[in-house]
Design a protein around this ligand. Structure first.
Ligand SMILES: [Ca+2]
Ligand SMILES: [Ca+2]
Length: 376
C-alpha cells in the first residue's frame, strides 16, 4: 500500500505538470487562422506638396483602411495631367482596385456634356469611352460604351480644402483626419437620426422622398413651404443629426430658398455654413453645383470642412441625387459611400442608361470626403 501511495503521490504532480505544460505549448502548434480575404485594393493619392506635413495623419488613415479590410497603396502624386491619373487607375483595376481617395490638388477632368463641369464620373468609368471630338480640346463631349460600359467600375472621393479662402488648409486636413479616425473608433458619434429638408420646388413629392430615404427610420422631414427657410435650416444644422439630405435650388456658393431669383425666402451661403456650429456628419446635397470643388468657396467643400462633417455627396453641375432609394438601401446595410454611389449609378431610373433628364442630372455626382465610411 505504501508503495502504491508513493507512486500515486509522484504521478499526480507529474500529470499536473504535463497538463500545465501542454496548455502553454499547444497553442503554438495550432494551425494559424487565416486572415479574412481582402475587400480589395484602395489607392490613396496624396498631393506631393502637402504629403510631408501630413505623414502621421496619412499613416493613421492607411492603418484605419487596412483595419477595415482593404489593401492599400499610398501614391505620392505630382502630375497635373488627369489622363495620366486615369491610366494609373485603369492599370490598377485588374489588380483589384475598388476605388481611390484623392487628397489635396489631384487632377480632375472637365467634360463638356450638357454643360462644362468637373467630372469625377470620368475617373470612375474606366472601360467606357470618353471622346474629345471638338475644340477646345481637353474636354470630352461624348460618353459611350466603347469596349466596356458607361457604368462606374470604381469609386472616387476627394479630400481637399484648398478651394476655401476662409480657413487654414493644413489645420483643415489635420482636423478632418482626426475626426475621421474618431468616427472609425466610435469616439465621434451621433444618434442614428436624419434630417430630410425639402424646399418649395420639390415639397409636393415629400412622401416619395421620405419613403426613398430607407437608410433611416428616425427622420425629421421639413416640407411645409413657409417653414423651410434659411433661418430654420441653419438652426436645424446645429441639431444632433447624423445625416442631412436637402433639396434646394443652389449655385456653387448659395442655396436659394423659395422661388425665383432673387429667391423669395433668401439665401444660405458658404459664410453661413462657415459660421454655423454644424453638428451632422453626413450630407447629401440635391442642390445644383454645390459640390463644384473647382469653384472658390463652394458650399460642398465648406460643409465638409465644418465641425464634424465627414462626407458630402452632391453634384459639380446642375442636378444631384433626386430619387435615391438604391443609394440609401446600400447605406442601410453597411455599404461604404463609394459603393452606394456606384450602385445608384446602376439604377435604371438614373445614371448613364437612365432617361435623359435623370442621366444629365447624374453626370456631376461626386463624393467630397472619405468614400470608405459607412453610417453603421
Ligand atoms: Ca464602365
Ligand atoms: Ca421654403
Amino acid at each position: 500500500m505504501k508503495k502504491q501511495l508513493k507512486a500515486i503521490l509522484i504521478i499526480i504532480p507529474l500529470l499536473i505538470a504535463v497538463a500545465i505544460s501542454l496548455t502553454i505549448i499547444l497553442p503554438y502548434f495550432k494551425q494559424p487562422s487565416h486572415p479574412p480575404p481582402s475587400k480589395g485594393l484602395v489607392y490613396i493619392y496624396i498631393d506631393s506638396s502637402i504629403y510631408n506635413g501630413l505623414t502621421s495623419e496619412i499613416q493613421q488613415y492607411e492603418t484605419d483602411v487596412n483595419t477595415q479590410g482593404y489593401d492599400t497603396q499610398i501614391i505620392n502624386w505630382t502630375s497635373s495631367n488627369v489622363a495620366i491619373l486615369k491610366q494609373n487607375l485603369t492599370n490598377a483595376y485588374p489588380l483589384g482596385l475598388e476605388g481611390a481617395v484623392l487628397i489635396g490638388n489631384i487632377p480632375h477632368a472637365i467634360v463638356d456634356i450638357w454643360g462644362q463641369y468637373a467630372s469625377d464620373f470620368y475617373l470612375m468609368d474606366l472601360d467606357g469611352q470618353w471622346d474629345d471630338l471638338f475644340p477646345p480640346y481637353g474636354m470630352p463631349e461624348s460618353h459611350s460604351n466603347g469596349t466596356g460600359d458607361m457604368y462606374p467600375e470604381i469609386w472616387i472621393g476627394r479630400i481637399n480644402p484648398s478651394s476655401l479662402n476662409n480657413l487654414n488648409h493644413t489645420q483643415a486636413y489635420k482636423d478632418y483626419f482626426a475626426r475621421n479616425h474618431a468616427y472609425r473608433i466610435s469616439t465621434l458619434t451621433r444618434p442614428h437620426k436624419a434630417l430630410l429638408y425639402i424646399d418649395d420646388s420639390w415639397s409636393q413629392w415629400y412622401d416619395e422622398y421620405l419613403s426613398n430615404f430607407t437608410a433611416y427610420t428616425d427622420i425629421d422631414c421639413y416640407w411645409d413651404n413657409s417653414t423651410t427657410t434659411p433661418t430654420n435650416y441653419l438652426n436645424n444644422l446645429t441639431q444632433n443629426y447624423e445625416f442631412v439630405h436637402i433639396l434646394v435650388h443652389s449655385t456653387q456658393q448659395d442655396h436659394y430658398f423659395g422661388i425665383g431669383n432673387p429667391p423669395s425666402e433668401g439665401y444660405v451661403n458658404y459664410v453661413n455654413i462657415l459660421n454655423t456650429n454644424t453638428a451632422p456628419l453626413f450630407y447629401n446635397l440635391f442642390a445644383c453645383s454645390a459640390c463644384d470643388f473647382t469653384s472658390s468657396n463652394n458650399l460642398g467643400t465648406q460643409y465638409l470642412f465644418s465641425n464634424s462633417s465627414l462626407v458630402v455627396v452632391g453634384s459639380t453641375k446642375t442636378g444631384g441625387m433626386n430619387m435615391y432609394q438604391s443609394f440609401y438601401d446600400e447605406l442601410k446595410i453597411g455599404k461604404i459611400f463609394g459603393d452606394a454611389l456606384k450602385t445608384w449609378f446602376r439604377d435604371p431610373n438614373y445614371g448613364p442608361y437612365g432617361p435623359w433628364f435623370s442621366h444629365q442630372n447624374s453626370m456631376g455626382m461626386t463624393i467630397l470626403g472619405d468614400p470608405l465610411l459607412t453610417i453603421l
